[in-house]
Write a protein that binds this ligand. Structure first.
Ligand code: BG6
Length: 469
C-alpha cells in the first residue's frame, strides 16, 4: 500500500527551539528567555538565544527541506515577535519574518502548517499571571486573529496550542517549565481549562473569517496500558487515560469535560472555575474543529498503587518523559517494564502501542481527522567518518510509519505525518545533546548544516509514498 496523495509527509520544529535571534528586530522577551537562564533549570544552562539560528538561515533550511521532498513544514510562530508585550502594538518586523518564511515554503510547494503557541509566552503576560489571567486569553485570541489576517490567505492549516498537558503540568505541577510552580493542582486544572477556552474562541473566530482552511490543536498522545491483565491494572489504565487523554481530547472533540475527572475534581476541591458561557463556546468550537494533532512518542504502562498514598516527588530529571512517577492523586504509577524497548532517555519504543492507542481513539471519538504532528527518536547520533549514521532513527520512524499504515488500513482517518524534528534543535530540558533531526547542526562550526543518513532515507520514503515500508 502507498500513502494516498492527500496524505502529507512533513516534519516539524518550534520557534524557541530553532530560531534564536531572541532579542532581534523588535521581538519581546518570552517566559523561556527568562526561565532558561535561571541556574539549574536546563541541561548545562542551555538556552535558545541562538538555538540553531533558523531565524537567519531559514532560506537554507527550507531549501534543504525541499531537497528532502518534504510536503509540509510544521513550525510555530513566536508570539513575542508579533506582539512584543503579548498584546498592544504589533511589531511589523515579526509579521515580515513569518511572511518571508511562509513564502519561502510556498516557493517550493511546501505546505506551511502553523502552530500558534508552542510554549514561548510573551514575558509581560507571564509576569501578569500567565494562563491564569484572563488577559492572556484575550491577548491570545487577538494574536490569533492577527495571524489569521496576516497569513491566512496562504496558510490553510493552523494548530492553536501544542501539548496543553505538558506546558500546564510541567508549569504548575512539576515546576520544570515556566512559571516553575510545583504541586498546585488547582492552578494546573484552571490553566488547562483556560487554554481550552482560548482554543475554542480562536476556532470560532477562525471559522467566522471564512478563510477556508483548517484549524485544530496538537495533544500529547500517550495511551495508557495496564502492566498486566489484572482488574487492578485495568482500573489504573482507565484512570490514567481519563486524566491524560479524555480530559484533553473530550473538550476539543466532544465539547465537554469527562464526568469521571470532573466529579473527582469537585470532591478534591481542584475543579476549575468555569462559566456557562465558556462551556457553551467550548461546545460550539467542538462542532467546528477540523482535526486533532497527535504527538506520539510512547505509551505509558501503569499499575495501581496499593496501600498508602505515594508522596509525589517531581524534579526536572524525572519530569521529562521517563516512567517512574506516581500520578498526582496517588492512584497509579508509571512503570518501566523489562520486556519493552527503551531509548537512551527511557522513553518506550512501541509502534504497537501507537496502533492500539489509535484504535482506542477511534472507539471514543469516531472518524475524526488526525494528523500525527510529532513522532521521532531523541538520540545521540553516531558520527562515522564524518557521516551522521542515525540508523536507530530510521528504524524508529519506519516502524511508526508502518503503524500509521496499518491503522489507516483498519479505518483510522490519519491524513499526515510530521516527524519530530526536521533539523536538530534545542530540547527544552536536554539541551542540544538529545537530537531528533534529519539535518545535523554543527554548533562548533558556525552552525553548519549536514544531511544525516535519515535525510536520504526520508526522501525515498516520500518519493515512493511509503510503498516499501
Ligand atoms: C514534545 C514537544 O513534547 O516533545 C517538543 O512538543 C519537544 O517541543 C519534544 O522537543 C521532545 O521532547 P524532549 O524533551 O525529548 O526534547
Amino acid at each position: 500500500m502507498k500513502f494516498s496523495h492527500d496524505f502529507l509527509f512533513g516534519a516539524a520544529s518550534a520557534s524557541y527551539q530553532v530560531e534564536g535571534a531572541w532579542d532581534e528586530d523588535g521581538k519581546g522577551m518570552t517566559n523561556w528567555d527568562e526561565f532558561s537562564k535561571i541556574p539549574g533549570k536546563t541541561f548545562e544552562g542551555t538556552n535558545g538565544d541562538v538555538a540553531v539560528d533558523h531565524y537567519h538561515r531559514y532560506k537554507e533550511d527550507v531549501a534543504l527541506m525541499a531537497e528532502m521532498g518534504l510536503e509540509s513544514y510544521r513550525f510555530s510562530i513566536s508570539w513575542a515577535r508579533i506582539f512584543p508585550n503579548g498584546d498592544g502594538e504589533i511589531n511589523p518586523k515579526g509579521i515580515e519574518f513569518y511572511n518571508n518564511l511562509i513564502d519561502e515554503c510556498l516557493k517550493y510547494g511546501i505546505v506551511p502548517f502553523i502552530t500558534l503557541y508552542h510554549w514561548d509566552l510573551p514575558l509581560t503576560l507571564e509576569k501578569a499571571g500567565g494562563w491564569l489571567n484572563p488577559r492572556t486569553l484575550d491577548a491570545f485570541v487577538n494574536y490569533a486573529k492577527t495571524c489569521f489576517e496576516a497569513f491566512g490567505d496562504r496558510v490553510k492549516h493552523f494548530i492553536t496550542f501544542n501539548e496543553t498537558i505538558v506546558f500546564c503540568a510541567l508549569g504548575y505541577m512539576a515546576g520544570a517549565h515556566p512559571p516553575g510552580i510545583t504541586n498546585d493542582p488547582k492552578k494546573y486544572f484552571q490553566a488547562v481549562h483556560n487554554v481550552f477556552y482560548a482554543h475554542a474562541q480562536a476556532v470560532v473566530l477562525y471559522k467566522s473569517m471564512n478563510l477556508f482552511g483548517e484549524i485544530g490543536i496538537s495533544n500529547v498522545f500517550a495511551p495508557a496500558f495496564g502492566v498486566d491483565n489484572s482488574e487492578d491494572s485495568h482500573k489504573a489504565a482507565y484512570h490514567a487515560n481519563a486524566y491524560a487523554t479524555h480530559l484533553y481530547f473530550d473538550p476539543i472533540l466532544k465539547g465537554e469535560y469527562p464526568a469521571y475527572v470532573m466529579d473527582a475534581l469537585q470532591k478534591s476541591g481542584f475543579h476549575p472555575e468555569q462559566t456557562a458561557d465558556e462551556l457553551a463556546i467550548i461546545k460550539q468550537a467542538a462542532s467546528l474543529n477540523d482535526f486533532m494533532g497527535l504527538n506520539y512518542y510512547q505509551p505509558s504502562r501503569v499499575e495501581l498503587i496499593k496501600g498508602e498514598l505515594a508522596q509525589r516527588e517531581i524534579t526536572r530529571e524525572n519530569s521529562t518523559g521517563a516512567p517512574g512517577n506516581p500520578s498526582f492523586d496517588g492512584v497509579f504509577r508509571t512503570v518501566k517494564m523489562d520486556d519493552k524497548r527503551y531509548t537512551k532517555w527511557d522513553w518506550e519504543i512501541s509502534p504497537q502501542g501507537f496502533i492500539d492507542g489509535l484504535k482506542m481513539l477511534r472507539e471514543r471519538y469516531g472518524h475524526v481527522k488526525l494528523y500525527i504532528t510529532e513522532n521521532g527518536l531523541g538520540d545521540e547520533d553516531p558520527i562515522v567518518e564524518s557521516e551522521i549514521c542515525d540508523v536507530p532513527r530510521i528504524k524508529y520512524i519506519e516502524e511508526h510509519l508502518q503503524a500509521v499504515k496499518q491503522a489507516i488500513a483498519e479505518g483510522v482517518n490519519v491524513k499526515g505525518y510530521f516527524a519530530w524534528s526536521v533539523i536538530d534543535l534545542l530540547s527544552w530540558l536536554n539541551g542540544y545533546k538529545k537530537q531528533y533531526g534529519f539535518i545535523y547542526v554543527d554548533h562548533k562550526n558556525n552552525y553548519e548544516r549536514k544531511k544525516k543518513m535519515s535525510f536520504h532515507w526520508y526522501r525515498s520514503v516520500i518519493e515512493s509514498r511509503g510503498e516499501h515500508l
